[in-house]
Design a binder for this molecule. Structure first.
Ligand code: GAR
Length: 187
């Protein structure tokens, strides 16, 4: 049985989709949820699903103690699902090619520090792009620049708001992220 550790800072809808997917598919389970926000929606998801969770501070992130705590779960993958802090090099070195992220745009477009959630969707709308999408990629030392595993596209409709575009993007994320994880674990 593979263990997945999810890192999330927000509502946790991707975490929810991944948890639900592995209730009935594949030989994996979400073993731990790590968040930098004690009041994030994803913590409520963890509590509801009785999944252990860890709330970390900026100082703890990357320190030996956290790395050791993570090692205890023997994770096959560390999955960033709406996690907004940069992953420290120590973690990347400890888990090479085992950390993946989802970004709500077609990288290299609209990536980098500060580009998350509605900031991304507003930038896409301001640029009047005809399409947007999602990128699932490996995490390396530079924000949003690791090797791309999958991209999926959707139209940007006239009259779209950041909310309506986010909703379309979330649908893509919830479909593809669990399936990409299952694929990577099966390799
Ligand atoms: C997702 O859309 C994810 O792509 C985005 O945060 C959202 C989290 O939603 N991540 C980034 O913007 C990272 N730069 P969720 O909490 O409902 O899963």
């Amino acid at each position: 049985m593979h263990s997945i550790v999810i890192f999330a800072s927000g509502r946790g809808s991707n975490a929810r989709a991944i948890i639900d997917h592995f209730k009935t598919n594949g030989n994996a389970r979400v073993a731990l949820i790590v968040s930098n926000k004690a009041d994030a929606g994803v913590i409520a998801v963890a509590e509801e699903e009785r999944i252990p969770f860890l709330v970390i501070g900026k100082k703890t992130f990357g320190e030996t103690l956290l790395v050791e705590q993570l090692m205890e779960y023997k994770p096959s993958l560390l999955v960033l699902a709406g996690f907004l802090w940069k992953v420290p090099d120590s973690l990347i070195k400890t888990f090479p090619e085992k950390i993946i992220n989802i970004h709500p745009a077609l990288l290299p477009l609209y990536g980098g520090k500060g580009m998350y959630g509605h900031h991304v969707h507003n930038a896409v709308l301001n640029a009047r792009d005809a399409e947007s999408g999602i990128t699932i990629h490996y995490v390396n030392e530079v924000y949003d620049s690791g090797n791309i595993i999958l991209q999926a596209r959707c139209p940007v409709n006239s009259g779209d708001t950041a909310d309506s575009l986010a909703e379309r993007i979330h649908k893509l994320e919830h479909f593809y992220y669990p399936r990409v994880i299952e694929y990577l674990l099966g390799q």
